[in-house]
Ligand binder design. Structure first.
Ligand code: ATP
Ligand code: MG
Length: 665
């Protein structure tokens, strides 16, 4: 699943090549790399891998890394993208100094190289149509045929190429091609296109040109112009390397750069090509390039991810030669590890349920002292938490009819309110219309201030809470994966068919303790028991902050690593032990009404549940081995069959029934 198996952080086959080159005195011992994005979209985390590699190598070897805009397609490129690229690289923590370049600034020199190739009899103007060119190329098993224009004389080619530039021919009427070998087993060598005619205004060069160089021509020669020593690119360009080297040799480029390919980064549960990301943005399936659900640098940044965590992630995945897919939980794990020792802990109630402490005087407020960091984080700091008669707790932390293993509040039970008191539920108030519990009536034990009982009695759980009057309203955005499946790009109907409809949940009525909005605490906080959150820089308003969930607390990567412990060398070790969270995620308990509905539905639903389980034995086994996330997949299968049968079902009930059916008998 991940390519980490092959990688030792900081050591890889590219660094081996560079070491060998330096030992051999190649390129005068210099290391000059470049990061060459095309400004036709925003950068994504795959680009971060390339940025960390190129800039990282230059830093390690005392060289330089250029930022070059590979801008040879006037129709898709724009200044907005240029700015986003510069911002992305800077945000990741890298500095190109004065080495900021545009391929389009080389157009005159590239044109000169093309003329020189023609003079050397190594390029010709071909006037076949696009379709014909394709037909003449042959296939992997059959050689191609020579273009009838292949034997034009140098003079004729020089004249035609000059007239192409002068705008005498229509778009597509002719192209410049390298004269290599129409029978070459490597199809890229079958007289590759070097220039095409395209009338379109270029964002940087305006209408100065109506011919544009192709990637295979512009890229290697831009490297040569800049004196690049090691030109690192992704594996899909492996076959283009022969064209690269042919150009260097044909133009007698001194000390030519060398192209080295590495595996591109793919991540589970997302798509990673600018074309697909653009489609998501243009079709408004997301809110823009910086939508926090996207793997773009702008999106990750807006969500609250930090550059140090992304660099750490890139280092851990390493650089290898085989394409693979990295589990997104590794990225989340790196982010948690970066935030855990840094950020203050506060209490925020996402879905509030009112609690009245019957024996606490109305109108009274006391300030309880609470540390901002747990004892295993070597940081100092505390804040005051106002405690009062009316509080909020998390709706999920109360169950009128507690399911087995529920360690929270229910009628008659006593729990601890974090940093405050032990409270016992005495009764509930229900909405007469819906029957829903709208208020929990409790009593507190004044002798338990701070949370410890003098008589040493134990309570099953500790809940977070806020004062009703003294807490502040906040909007909280809970992000989940954008896609329901690991590899959306492999989906038959296209990746749009497997978007996760619940990838964003907006909680407009959340309440946070007042100290949490103190700017001194910073923009990132851990909401205890909930996750790490980031104050949204765009939508937050004074008095009404918006918080984005960066990552939840539960670390499925660490769990996975622990499970695979016998095969330890296969997965990178987490750097520090991930702290155990107070409680594993227990699904929301069913209300009395829901339990009744479940019983009513059982005869109809159970056969479907059993059919689905029988149809997915592998998933069932993986679920039983701890891959709890598969439950969602199984729920979806049941829901699908229910819908196919023309019915409807509440996913929460399906979830409960599946869990019941999956209990080892
Ligand atoms: P996409 O395929 O997403 O559209 P691209 O390769 O067309 O990306 P460029 O702007 O040409 O995007 O990429 C700039 C550099 O980043 C190239 O050297 C490319 O190889 C590298 N790169 C792009 N995607 C990845 C990835 N997923 N992993 C590693 N490097 C990448
Ligand atoms: Mg590409």
């Amino acid at each position: 699943m991940s390519d980490t198996a092959l990688a030792t952080p900081g050591r890889d086959f590219i660094r081996d090549v560079v070491d060998r080159d330096r030992t051999a005195g190649r390129h005068g011992g210099r290391v000059i790399t470049r990061f060459p994005p095309e400004p036709n979209g925003y950068l994504h985390i795959g680009h971060a891998k390339s940025i960390c590699l190129n800039f990282g190598l230059a830093l390690e070897y005392g060289g330089t890394c250029h930022l070059r805009l590979d801008d040879t397609n006037p129709e898709t490129e724009s200044e907005e993208y240029v700015e986003a690229i510069r911002e992305g690289v800077r945000w990741l923590g890298f500095d190109w100094g004065s080495n900021f370049f545009h391929t389009s600034d080389y157009f005159e020199r590239l044109y000169g190289f093309a003329v020189e190739l023609i003079r050397r009899g190594k390029a010709y103007v071909c006037s076949l149509s696009e379709d014909k060119i394709r037909a003449y190329r042959g296939t992997v098993t059959e050689p191609g045929r020579n273009s009838p224009y292949r034997d034009r004389t140098v003079e004729e080619n020089l004249d035609l190429f000059a007239r192409m530039r002068a705008g005498e021919f229509a778009d597509g009427a002719s192209v410049l091609r390298g004269k290599i070998d129409m029978a070459a087993p490597n199809m890229k060598l079958r007289d590759p296109l070097l220039y095409r005619i395209k009338r379109a205004t270029h964002y940087h060069r305006g209408d100065a040109w109506c011919i544009y160089p192709m990637y295979d021509f512009a890229h290697p020669l831009s490297d040569a112009i800049e004196g690049i020593t090691h030109s690192l690119c992704t594996l899909e360009f492996e076959n283009n390397r022969d064209v690269y080297d042919w150009l260097m040799a044909s133009l007698s480029i001194p000390d030519p750069p060398q192209q080295i390919e590495f595996a591109r980064l793919n991540l589970t549960y997302t798509v990673m090509s600018k074309r697909k990301l653009l489609e998501l943005v243009e079709r408004r399936l997301v809110a823009g390039w910086d939508d926090p659900r996207l793997p773009t640098l702008a999106g990750l940044r807006r969500r609250g991810f930090t550059p140090d965590a992304l660099r750490d992630f890139c280092e851990r995945i390493g650089v290898a030669k085989a394409n693979s897919v990295v589990d997104v939980t590794l990225l989340e794990h790196c982010q948690r590890e970066a935030l855990n020792p840094e950020v203050p802990r506060v209490l925020c109630v996402l879905r509030p349920l009112k609690v009245v402490i019957e024996n606490y005087p109305a109108g009274e407020v006391e300030e309880l002292e609470a540390p901002l960091y747990p004892h295993d984080v070597p940081r100092e700091g505390a804040r005051k938490m106002p405690f009062s008669r009316v509080l909020y707790i998390e709706r999920d932390d109360f169950a009128e009819v507690p399911p087995k293993g529920f360690h929270r509040l229910s009628p008659g039970r006593e729990v601890r309110l974090r940093y405050a008191y032990l409270v016992r539920c005495q009764s509930v108030v229900k909405d007469p219309a819906s029957g829903e519990v709208v208020e929990v009536r409790c009593t507190y034990d004044p002798a338990t201030r701070g949370g410890a009982a003098p008589d040493g009695r134990k309570v099953p759980g500790t809940l977070h809470w806020v004062s009703a009057d003294r807490s502040l309203p906040v909007e909280v955005r809970i992000y989940d994966r954008l896609f329901r499946v690991e590899r959306p790009d492999l989906e038959e109907g296209g990746f749009e068919t497997c978007l996760n409809p619940r990838s964003l949940e907006t909680l407009a009525g959340s309440r946070i303790e007042p100290a949490a909005v103190d700017p001194a605490l910073g923009e990132r906080l851990q909401f205890e028991r909930q996750g790490y959150f980031f104050r949204d820089p765009v939508d937050s308003r004074p008095g009404r902050p918006v918080f984005n969930r960066i990552v939840p607390l539960r670390d499925s990567w660490a769990q996975e690593v622990q499970k695979q412990a016998p095969a330890a060398q296969k997965a990178p070790e987490p750097k520090a032990k991930v702290p155990k969270e107070p409680e594993a995620k227990v699904p929301a308990p069913l209300s009395a009404d829901e339990l009744a509905t479940l019983e009513r539905m059982r005869p109809a639903l159970l056969p479907i549940v059993q059919t689905v389980l029988a149809a997915h034995p592998a998933e069932v086994e993986r679920y039983r081995n701890g891959k709890a996330g598969l439950l969602g997949f199984l729920v979806a299968q049941v829901m699908k069959r229910v819908a196919e049968a023309g019915g409807t079902a509440n996913p929460k009930l399906v979830n409960a029934m599946l869990r019941e059916a999956l209990e080892p008998s």
